[in-house]
Design a binder for this molecule. Sequence first.
Ligand SMILES: NC(=O)C1=CN([C@@H]2O[C@H](COP(=O)(O)OP(=O)(O)OC[C@H]3O[C@@H](n4cnc5c(N)ncnc54)[C@H](OP(=O)(O)O)[C@@H]3O)[C@@H](O)[C@H]2O)C=CC1
Ligand SMILES: CC(=O)C(=O)O
Ligand SMILES: [Mg+2]
Length: 631
Amino acid sequence: MELLRAARPGASERLVQAVWTCSVSTSHRRYTTFGGTREDSGPKATLRRIKPVVIPERTGAEIQHDPFYNKGTAFSEREKDRLGLRGLVPPVINTIEQQVARIYRAFHAAGHTSEEDKERGREEDVVAKHLFLMSLQDRNETLFFKLLTSRIEEMAPIIYTPTVGYACQNASTLFRRARGMYFTAADRGDMHAIIQNWPRNDVDVVVVTDGSRILGLGDLGVQGMGIPIGKLALYVAAGGIEPSRCLPVMIDVGTNNQKLLDDPFYMGLRQRRTEGPEYFELMDEFMQAVSSRFPRALVQFEDFKTPKAEQLLNRYRNIHTCFNDDMQGTGAVALAGLLAALRRNGEDLTRAKIVCVGAGSAGLGVCNMISDAMERQGLSRQEALNRFWLVDENGLLTARRMDKLAQGQIPFARYDSPSLDLDGASLKEVVDGVQPTILLGLSGVGGLFTEEVVKSMATHVEHPVIFAMSNPTNLSECTAEQVFEWTDGRVTFASGSPFGPVTRHSPSKGQEVTHQLSQANNMYIFPGLGLGIVAAQATTVTDHMLYVAARRLADCVSEEDLRIGKVFPRISEIREVSLRIAVAVAATAQEDGIARRSPQDRDWTRFIKEMMWVPEYAPIIKSNARITGSV
Ligand SMILES: NC(=O)C1=CN([C@@H]2O[C@H](COP(=O)(O)OP(=O)(O)OC[C@H]3O[C@@H](n4cnc5c(N)ncnc54)[C@H](OP(=O)(O)O)[C@@H]3O)[C@@H](O)[C@H]2O)C=CC1
Ligand SMILES: CC(=O)C(=O)O
Ligand SMILES: [Mg+2]
């Protein structure tokens, strides 16, 4: 209201009241206001304010073509008059729900495939669906996010992994319209000036990649831009960050992917990657440019190849508000899933024996996060490290390979004699020798968990826990169907990209059983983590914050979910989950003295809930408009 009064000193009291007056829909216990909604959650019910948007002088056509303000067929009659839209839109006035119903139908039509394609097993064209959603986002952000949030389970695999990976692979030919910012190796010295071109003054979250390791698909150069865009779509849909406060960034230092360099349509710098000190000088300049223009923004590093991922994190983590999602976000999500799985099986984390296949940025991030949790639960550092056996392309990480190991791998190298004997052994032999209770896959290699590997594990432990976390789907270390079959349903399983429920005949039960699945993906962590950091305006992102985020995520898994085999909450609950994670993270930042902002009444839940952006149309008012009556 203050905003409206300040913007329109002449606005009538009736207008001001109209914007905030509630009309009550008792059947849904959900209150709709002219400018917002309020959820009745008992005594603590909060008004979710959708502030009127006051925009500078613009023509109707400019408003209609601005995705942040466009409402398509949902402008009210008065808005059409006031904003100069009369005659520019069809006569119908739809609610956003009606628009979602229409666009959802068109979304499905976009994915239709021919009969021939169907015969070849291509049931639908998911990349076409991805492009359809991207072009909706380019036209109307509010409707895009309304569709996304109302059907998040169905939409997440289209805007995010696995489909975003396939879209990135062909991004130069699929390109329609630029989104976000591109900085290149040729922009050295100019980044401070270039960042001024971003049209918005407030940015809460920057997701940045250099395209060097996109999911498990390798170096995709500038074509990796789809990943920051997809991650930020989840920041909005799952974390309630305002769309206009998100900035996807590509740092294009070239590519070592010869196929792309030879592709006449490739849109990035046509050179091999800049390396060495020059690379880090570019990144330094970028980080300085971001923090001078957006001093409170959180920077999320995404899909940087090992070892740069770790080097960049170590370089900036104490001086910027930043984290690496593949290392820390993935670590927290894996820890949360394991805590839930162990609760399901009545087991203790400190007694787990973990074989992790993949010792790159994700594998090391996960193992570090879990060993840190073991220490918090009473083990010494060495006792915790002794619970891990890491395997890479050359086999088990042992002391004999010490001179060839990366810095971050050295603490996990095995010195003990049965392990040293497994030097050079196959994965099956490692599993036979170690008899792990937990098997993790972060290798980016599809099918590594073969029948003999999984069966070997299942012979030694009653409740095997297997997380095949590599993305996209075709690079998963095994499929859900395989792992339930090979363990006769005894496994607790989660995968990086989603699999549907598996129905199979169980020989031990003598009947058909259906197994529900969970997605072990950092999408459960980064939206809530980021929301908490933004809420508290934390100066840095600490391991403590990640640990509480993981704990809180594990707490969100209900007993009923555990009973049916799920170790992560349902994706349809992700906004509520993100809120809970954000509250834990912000409160931790405050306790640890690194919050620059906190609610006076210490009620982080109310504070953050009110901050969360909801995809509803706000009344639009031009700053020079003469307004009488309702909006
Ligand atoms: N579910 C989730 O939330 C997330 C999943 N991921 C996924 O994790 C995967 C790995 O990512 P990242 O760590 O960054 O990638 P890296 O390339 O840094 O690491 C891959 C690791 O796997 C090892 N590896 C490769 N081939 C084999 C093999 N045949 N047998 C055993 N080990 C092998 C590599 O060993 P070497 O170095 O010897 O080649 C390396 O240690 C990707 O698919 C990514 O999508 C990543 C982040 C989040
Ligand atoms: C999920 C993710 O961040 C990855 O696969 O890289
Ligand atoms: Mg990633």
